[in-house]
Write a protein that binds this ligand. Structure first.
Ligand code: C2E
Ligand code: CA
Ligand code: CA
Ligand code: CA
Length: 271
């Protein structure tokens, strides 16, 4: 018996060791990803009820020389754990502001918004607002076109500091969206304290719209809550016309998902 359990542990040890080694390798490779030019941004359309392009969400992509495209779902948590998210986040912000400035030079794209994911570690950095201010000045971007997507699990931190950071960003003219709402830390109690502009309904709530059970009710309640607070409601992961229609009925105003476009290096044609 002892022999058996030892080898079972040995089996898991080996697999865990391999997983840890892989993470470590990715973590080290990420340190050089910027200067090796392995990172790029892609943009996914966000449309209104008439399917007109309002804004895009900027999503980071990493092309690893040996492993190819690695999902941000895999490498963002690694970057958060190692601390390199601060450098990555700064790079993302810089790229997005430069891109937004280029778009705004085109009269047809003058008001195109860009929604940028900001990690909790980045947002909680005491230098963050100063850093943002410097990038705005350097790139001469229109801050009215910039929106930060902050995730709900941020709310586990000091709420007074969060509110203060948000207010300072809003004073710079940037708007703020609460991402993945309903999926994480219960921020319900804080919701009314936060100077938010937008509430982003997570993909998993859109998915349950036509499923049996409580999922659809919960989605309706979340949208109702956001509307009662006078926030713009955006739904992500919209894949079908039925979802699009139902979300419109419920009072959703902005929509993002494969139904309208995939994340891409180029903007969809607009006229
Ligand atoms: P997220 O912020 O929830 O972004 C939405 C994700 O859903 C994206 O995955 C997008 O490609 C995907 N998506 C969009 N429409 C649909 C759809 O209709 N169906 C389905 N099934 N999926 C859809 P992606 O690009 O793989 O990003 C994953 C996550 O990585 C993001 O989730 C975000 O949390 C994080 N991330 C991506 N870029 C950045 C970044 O620049 N900075 C930070 N901090 N996080 C990022
Ligand atoms: Ca997001
Ligand atoms: Ca999400
Ligand atoms: Ca409003």
């Amino acid at each position: 018996v002892k022999q058996q359990s030892t080898s079972a542990i040995g089996f898991f040890d080996k697999h865990m060791e391999a997983a840890v080694r892989h993470r470590l390798e990715l973590s080290q490779a990420l340190e050089h990803a910027i200067e090796q030019q392995q990172l790029r941004m892609v943009y996914q359309p966000q449309v209104n009820a008439e399917r007109q392009l309002l804004s895009v969400e900027a999503l980071l992509r990493w092309h690893h020389p040996r492993y190819g495209e690695i999902s941000p779902n895999e490498f963002i948590p690694i970057a958060e754990a190692s601390g390199s998210i601060l450098r990555l986040g700064a790079w993302v912000l810089e790229r997005c502001c430069e891109q937004s400035k280029l778009w705004s030079n085109n009269p047809k794209l003058e008001t195109l918004g860009i929604s940028i994911n900001v990690s909790p570690a980045q947002f909680l950095d005491p230098d963050f607002v100063d850093h943002v201010r410097a990038i705005l000045e350097r790139t001469q971007v229109n801050p009215a076109n910039i929106r930060f997507e902050l995730t709900e699990n941020l709310m586990a931190q000091n709420i007074d500091f969060i509110v203060q950071q948000m207010q300072e960003l809003k004073q710079l003219g940037i708007s703020i969206s609460l991402d993945d709402f309903g999926t994480g830390y219960a921020s319900l109690a804080y919701l009314t304290q936060l100077p938010l502009d937008e509430l982003k309904i997570d993909r998993r709530f859109v998915k349950t719209l036509f499923k049996q059970g409580e999922g659809a009710l919960l989605t309706e309640m979340i949208i109702g809550l956001g509307r009662s607070m006078n926030l713009t409601i955006i739904a992500e992961g919209v894949e079908t016309n039925a979802q699009f229609e139902r979300l419109r009925e419920l009072g959703c105003e902005v929509f993002q998902g494969y139904l309208f476009g995939y994340p891409s290096d180029t903007l969809p044609d607009i006229n």
